[in-house]
Design a protein around this ligand. Sequence first.
Ligand code: KG4
Ligand code: ZN
Length: 379
Amino acid sequence: MKILAIETSCDDTSISIIKVSGKKNPSFDILSNIVSSQVKIHRKWGGIYPALAKREHQKNLVPVLIKSLKKAKLLKRNLKKVEDGKFKILKKTLEREQNLYNKLKIFLKKYEKPKVDFIAVTMGPGLEPSLWVGVNFAKAISYFWNLEIIPVNHIEAHIQANFIGKSSKNLFPAISLVVSGGHTQLILTKGHGDYKIIGETRDDAAGECLDKIARILGLRYPGGPEIASKAEKYKGKNVVSLPRPMMHTKDYDFSFSGLKTAALYNFKKQPSKTKEYIRAVCFETQQAVIDVLIKKTIRAAKAFRVKTIILGGGVTANKELRKQFKAKIKKELPHSQFSIPDSKYCTDNAAMIGAAAYFHWPKDKISWRKIRARANLRL
Ligand code: KG4
Ligand code: ZN
């Protein structure tokens, strides 16, 4: 079975074709996973500017679709004539995305329906204008090609990214930690589709905190990779000390806004902001985030006696976090399994949307007329 998956929840436009073999213990073959990043456009603003993100998704979706189909060897010229009547409904579906409609119309006349079984699309959570572009695009091609849609929860997809290239056997029950730019959640995961949020951030997400501290330090957006690369160069001089908020509380919640405020005060009172000082703040910020995430996740894994600790989300692409998690689990929970996606499937991508959708097929399929974007969707 082949799935065409679409992800536009934030500032990355991504389309993937995934091939699934095996039923109970499926394996995912990623035929293509094209991610077009808008990062350069948003850098000027120091963060994501929603109206710009919407405009860019409209511009990128058709070229990304072409690249993705071509890579998966599914792009075929159309030799039949398309009835003009079909474009009326298409136009109505994309009435708020005129630019996208114009590009899609040319594409649909030129290329034939690809041999895929259904469409998967992120319905939420995320930035509302960004989500709607992806959802309306999915609606349009679903109608035009007569394919069903599986709507996908973006957070669930960050968890399901763990099944790309690996066996999904015997992982459950698990504690999943999803850490991204918008979310920091600990989720008791008893099976595919069986989730209970046991803790989450009360203010900023961990990725958001890294992005904000990077901005204070004059570093580029997104802050996570910038902080990681400066932290790596830190030579141990110029020690900076920052708090580990809520690390010892009995619950499984997080708080990162205090870390950002502490970094801001430290920065303001520092008379000379040398290279080594900036590296020291980056090192300490990264370590503070890692310490809190590891402490709470291991506590949850012990309390719920799970088999596996699963990680997912953009922040878990962090090399130091991956290394320290692995070492700590080996030491404190030697009988537990540890699962983390390949780094390219940690940050936003459509392959994980396709993998998550597979576990909902066919029971959660929805007609293109009914699907809606839901910015505040919860697991
Ligand atoms: O999952 P994601 O790509 O998008 C959301 O769903 O939000 O996560 C983006 C977040 C950003 O805050 C970014 O700074 C952070 O992930 N990030 C990293 C790294 N790569 C991305 N943080 C730390 N280290 C990294 N290597
Ligand atoms: Zn994400």
